[in-house]
Write a protein that binds this ligand. Structure first.
Ligand code: ZN
Ligand code: FE
Length: 257
């Protein structure tokens, strides 16, 4: 099992620090949007930065890369199909990131949809999926089509059920308010919402989630479910013929929610 520490940044971002398995004081930072937040966490916790992993090009995920590379001289790993500061080692589907000095290795998945070249890092029972899969939600379609995003989500949902889902934003409660109407009557959603409210009241993160949990409560992973399909059809005011049409309608609905 991985040891992972969240660093809060901006309004609701998490920068994940993945601790080395050989030396827990050496860490890789995922999506370092804010260099100062990372530097502060390293200083507070007595940690050393060893690498940066980047899922996609948005500023809130990359804004700290240049400053951190300048200060610590660490390698950067990022999507081959996007322009990322810091000259990352370019990665795509099936590539492996080996961080030998940390005793860590991750497999790369292409997960386009939120952005065209978005990647995810999978390994050690965890997935770092940026803004593709959120707990109870998914990223907005800025550069991809509904079919692309759905395919990315379906492949993430195929990971083992106990895989921990490290997404980049604390959007869970907002997503669950939507899930309540998009997947009405789902008892697992209601129970999960109570659990997450309790965590947020104590100012704790609701993430990581797990793939198994997301398959039960995330409406975007449940476009085959008759409840979700029916809710989407009544919202759209027309029959939705396949799960891509259901997904597109649910995504559009959420955009306006
Ligand atoms: Zn983003
Ligand atoms: Fe983001």
């Amino acid at each position: 099992m991985l040891e992972v520490t969240p660093v809060r940044a901006f309004a609701d971002n998490y920068i994940w620090l993945i601790h080395g398995r050989t030396d827990r004081t050496r860490v890789a930072a995922v999506d370092p949007g804010d260099a100062r937040a990372v530097e502060q966490a390293l200083a507070d916790r007595g940690l050393t930065l060893a690498a940066l992993l980047v899922t996609h090009h948005h500023r809130d995920h990359t804004g700290g890369v240049e400053a951190l590379v300048g200060r610590f001289g660490v390698p950067v790993f990022g999507p081959a199909r996007e322009s990322i500061p810091g000259g990352p080692r370019p990665l795509g589907e099936g590539d492996e990131v080996r961080l030998d000095d940390l005793g860590l290795a991750f497999r790369v998945m292409d997960v386009p949809g939120h952005t065209a070249g978005h990647i995810a890092f999978v390994g050690h029972g965890a997935v770092f999926c940026g803004d593709t899969l959120f707990s109870a939600g998914c990223g907005r379609l800025f550069e991809g089509t509904p079919a692309q995003m759905l395919d990315s989500l379906v492949r993430l949902a195929d990971l083992p059920r106990d895989t921990k889902v490290y997404c980049t934003h604390e959007y869970t409660l907002n997503n669950l308010r939507f899930a309540r109407v998009a997947d009405p009557g789902n008892a697992a959603t209601a129970a999960y919402e109570a659990e997450c409210m309790h965590k947020r009241n104590r100012d704790e993160p609701t993430v990581p989630s797990t793939i198994g949990r997301e398959r039960e409560i995330n409406p975007f992973l449940r476009c085959d479910d008759s409840n979700v399909k029916q809710a989407a059809e009544s919202r759209a005011g027309r029959r939705l013929m396949d799960r891509t049409a259901v997904f597109a309608a649910v995504r559009e609905w959420k955009d306006q929610f």
